[in-house]
Ligand binder design. Sequence first.
Ligand code: GDP
Ligand code: MG
Length: 441
Amino acid sequence: LGGSISRALKRMSDATVVDDKALADCLNEITRALLQADVRFAAVRDLQNNIRRLVNLEALAAGTNKRKIIQQAVFCELCSMLDPGKPSFVPAKGKPSVVMFVGLQGSGKTTTCTKYAYHHRRKGFNPALVCADTFRAGAFDQLKQNATKARIPFYGSYNESDPVKIAVEGVDRFRKENYDLIIVDTSGRHKQEAALFEEMRQVSEATKPDLVIFVMDGSIGQAAFDQAQAFKQSASVGAVIVTKMDGHAKGGGALSAVAATKSPVIFIGTGEHIDEFEVFDVKPFVNRLLGMGDLSGLVNKIKDVMPADQQPELVQKLTAGTFTLRLLYEMFQNLQNMGPLGQLFSMFPGFGGGLITKGKEKEGQAKIKRYMTIMDSMTDAELDSTNPKLMNESRIIRIARGSGRLVKDVTEMLEEYKRIAKMWSKLKLNNKNVRDHQIIN
Ligand code: GDP
Ligand code: MG
């Protein structure tokens, strides 16, 4: 997707004359790419019309950077498509809220329930989980296992087959025990679809959730609209979570879910682990949709903002070899200064959600500073190592001592590094030929 959009834009900016045909060709190419990213046809058509309206041919002809003008128009349009215009319900600490999860089997509901609970507990909530999936064998065991690992109280039954009964019992019990975030996991499959939606309607009616979250697999594509709409009709969906964004999916289906439910995306899932969960941020998401969050986009942007004599070294580091701790250190340095490069890195997947969160830039900066202090106590060999096993216990203890931090701080930093390095390596897979391609042009 990113490739074909940048190609279309490049051709556009190379064109000496921008006429209707050049613009139409460019828009067609963007259309094809967005459809491939699972953006719904009706949405792409609207987007195309809006861009036509927004982009003024005369301005394009006179303007120096046609590519940028169109790119910005596409970007803004996609952002506004992800904004339903009203925020979702936000639970408040100390005040009981019930949040019900819906979505097809396999979409990631049970995993996401625990991630959601864990995320809120770290913020000071008192969450509890209720398993109202009585359909799938092993559903309760799965939730129990996840909950136990995360030390979150749970409720469920091996014998009871009525999901409504269990949901009500669980919610009542946790209400009495003063939990402030009661999360109800539901079933996703039935012998008949109609029965599933009827069950969702009943569970929702009986537990009166403050918020119903629709969970969708980021790769479901064109089916997202109908699915989301069907759930919306049975339980009034108020928010969307998109899972499996660590894979190859661009998540274009999210636009459909937002359109169908008129609700915002609030989180994305980026892995199977409980920590692999990010607050949804529209800009990096759209960047990814457009392929701008990937390495080629980043490399291109670096070229725009960085003095030419410093480019080759950094570009080479970014595209070659492994993501070392030293490279992370250098990115941190840039983030600290928050110059143009820092802003770029903060848009990069992996940095956005975990480190620098919108509205929490101060905390993010403090964390980065702490990490850098820790890295200052590492040896060159450690910073340049490509061997993940190098960081053994004795090294970690030495680094903690040297930097005056706790062992747990060092471990946390290394975990963060691993998380970012993992995302990075996934990007690289999609960008095998980026170096040859980018440096030449
Ligand atoms: P449910 O049937 O809707 O409850 O879905 P589950 O929570 O059981 O998840 C189905 C599968 O998707 C499991 O193997 C999960 O580990 C996996 N999964 C869930 N969320 C994510 C995610 O964000 N990334 C990846 N890679 N896997 C996920
Ligand atoms: Mg489940």
